[in-house]
Design a protein around this ligand. Structure first.
Ligand SMILES: NC(=O)c1ccc[n+]([C@@H]2O[C@H](COP(=O)([O-])OP(=O)(O)OC[C@H]3O[C@@H](n4cnc5c(N)ncnc54)[C@H](O)[C@@H]3O)[C@@H](O)[C@H]2O)c1
Length: 272
């Protein structure tokens, strides 16, 4: 089994959901973990609950200076940085300005900017501030949390999908540039996970699909999962966490520039 003993990781948006599970999986394999989040109080609680005790930092992942400070805090506390996980992102904020489910011309400029800021600029900032610290250690791993939405046509949420496609593209560009520095850069594309983002989305779908009117948001979510996932089951935050821990470790020493779907086969489901 991969061990991450002696390694230091920073996970953005790690207070809850997928990011918290990634932090837990990294810590369970021995890494010292710093968690950054807009919600600093919960980030600190989550960090305190990790196997070897982590640190929680309040920071907006879309702010380069704040992210540079996070890296500095992780380096000051743990002595360096080996693993950067750019997880912070938002699927369902400001659904109205995203023009959810409406023709593309309903996407407002504000909705577009919000999605690019929340899902792509966050990755830009995280990568940029982590690279010097990873180089100082002689190598490392960057793991970007994209989405299956970045790998297929998603007319109901085009701004989110475009931002996540951008994350995948950036992953490939950086993998090529940073290969000689032994910094591996990979993306994980999660499928359907019942986190806060999906709760908001399920409520919205419930309101717009008459068949769902009497279902709870959780039941709506499970029906979407059943209809779209060959394996018929939802993905769990730990599914993403285990892959992130693998990609961070020596077992993945020759894996770079990849986007790996953790989706129960959703993306196989293009022709039926
Ligand atoms: N839930 C899913 O089904 C799903 C599917 C595919 C991809 N993803 C991606 O996984 C990642 C995590 O999503 P989740 O479902 O766990 O969401 P979540 O809403 O449960 O948790 C997101 C966390 O990130 C924090 N955050 C958001 N924007 C931030 C910012 N700018 N700076 C710092 N912290 C920020 C939030 O405070 C929260 O703690 C996101 O990038 C999301 O797009 C989720």
């Amino acid at each position: 089994m991969t061990t991450l003993k002696g390694k230091v990781a920073l996970v953005t948006g790690g207070a809850r959901g997928i990011g918290a599970a990634i932090a837990r999986c990294l810590a369970d394999q021995g890494a010292a973990v710093a968690i950054s989040d807009l919600d600093g109080a919960t980030a600190r609680e989550t960090a305190a609950s990790l196997a070897n005790g982590g640190i929680g930092v309040t920071a907006d992942a879309a702010d380069e200076a704040q992210m540079a400070d996070c890296v500095a805090q992780a380096v000051a506390k743990f002595g360096g940085l080996d693993i950067m996980v750019n997880n912070a992102g938002i699927g369902a904020n400001d659904l109205e300005s995203m023009g959810f489910g409406l023709p593309f011309t309903n996407v407002t400029e504000r909705g577009w900017d919000n999605q690019v800021q929340a899902n792509l600029k966050t990755t830009f900032c995280g990568c940029k501030v982590a690279i010097p610290a990873l180089k100082a250690r002689g190598g490392g791993a960057i793991i970007n949390i994209a989405s299956i939405a970045g790998r297929m046509a998603m007319p109901s949420i085009p701004a989110y999908a475009a931002a996540k496609a951008g994350v995948i593209s950036l992953t490939r560009s950086l993998a090529l540039e940073l290969g000689p520095d032994l910094i591996r850069v990979n993306a994980i594309c999660p499928g359907f996970l019942w986190t806060k983002s999906w709760e908001v989305l399920a409520n919205l779908i419930k309101g717009s699909v008459p068949d769902y009117a009497n279902l709870t948001p959780r039941e709506v979510f499970l029906d979407v999962v059943k209809k779209n996932t060959p394996m018929g089951r939802e993905q769990m935050p730990e599914d993403i966490g285990h892959l992130a821990a693998f990609l961070a470790g020596s077992g993945a020493a020759n894996i770079t520039g990849q986007q790996i779907d953790v989706d129960g086969g959703i993306l196989l489901n293009v022709m039926r």
